[in-house]
Design a protein around this ligand. Sequence first.
Ligand code: PMP
Length: 427
Amino acid sequence: MKHDCSHDYFAKAKEVIPGGVNSPVRAFKSVGCDPLFIERAEGSRIYDADHQSYIDYVGSWGPMILGHCHPEVVRAIQDAAVNGASFGAPTYKEIELAEMVCEAYPNIEKVRMVSSGTEATMSAIRLARGCTGRDKILKFDGCYHGHADSLLVKAGSGAATFGVPTSPGIPADFAKYTLTATYNDLDEVKSMVAANKNEIACIILEPIAGNMGCVPPQPGFLEGLRELCTAEGIVLIIDEVMTGFRVAFGGAQERFNVRGDLVCLGKIIGGGLPVGAFGGKKELMDQLSPEGGIYQAGTLSGNPLAMSAGIATLKLLKQEGFYEQIEEKSAYLEAGLRQAASKSAIPTCLQRVGGMFCTYFCEGPVNNFSDASKSDTEAFSRYFRTMLDSGINMAPSQFEAGFMSVAHTKQDLDQTIEAAEKAFALL
Ligand code: PMP
């Protein structure tokens, strides 16, 4: 593969954009090569500025579950654009998408649209604090919920990749309200809740942790948190920005049959356009302005282009057999990668839930961030570079998940497995 054009663009970008990118992990900094600049994408493939194609498992970090440029989604965006890009006034499309979200999640009675996952979690936390009159929040090490101040404490994703899980710029006075616990350790959460009796507004978590690779909840973990929150008057916020409409139409909550008081969504509900949402029971949601006093707003919230892309996407996901197809393709890839990984000279551990997966370069299982941190990130980087050179685009960090789309063909999957055999053998 040649990267002359991407290389030149990156040099230029670094002069006018911090680190050359508008979101840190895109810089490929931890994998020892320059990032690809992308020109276009279609189906399972993306095309770089040097006109080479790659089988894509990043999928814009999750939203592209239909594959890139699905004709019906493209048409919906085009049709919306000719009627006006933004009005700053309510539209019928917002009702349509809200109804679809409420139908998919029985615990969402009302939902408010925002423009990113960060806004969704940040707003849900404000609502939880406002409703309970409590200041503290509890999150889990290695979970990422966007870059709001109170959430960049022991965070996953890029924050973990670059070794700054708690960012400078966050006053200690803010960070002290964020308690952090070990993912999958219910006893630890219970003792933290007991030590902070009547002080914790909410517990926020990824129901499957996708920002430290792919860590499923252990049996009883989600159920235990639900019970604890109910008993202690704590708002349980389930952050399904990544898992929502991915691991089932009703997300991880449908899959594991545990329900949050508030739910955060993003990625897939925008079909690739900037969208987030948070919703839950009426009693909580009605405390938002203008009904209640808890303020939250957005110039582009409910944007008609984004709503149209989301509606078109969700309609396609509702079709009979959609999630079975994602499962089948993902299981096929998993089996092939496991077989390929058996040729590796160093231990590997593959974890997957539905269409999200990760290979760690250590003994498994990986149940929390401390386990994930044992992965040999040097080996990951070598694996990543060999895969990229074979035309496979994976997330450029150990602490991210891979995403399957319905557009991936058997040929794509076989080509990926073949490339992985080579990459594992070279380790
Ligand atoms: N929550 C989760 C679980 C996420 O994975 C992400 C982004 N990867 C966010 C929140 C933040 O979303 P955004 O990047 O759209 O702000």
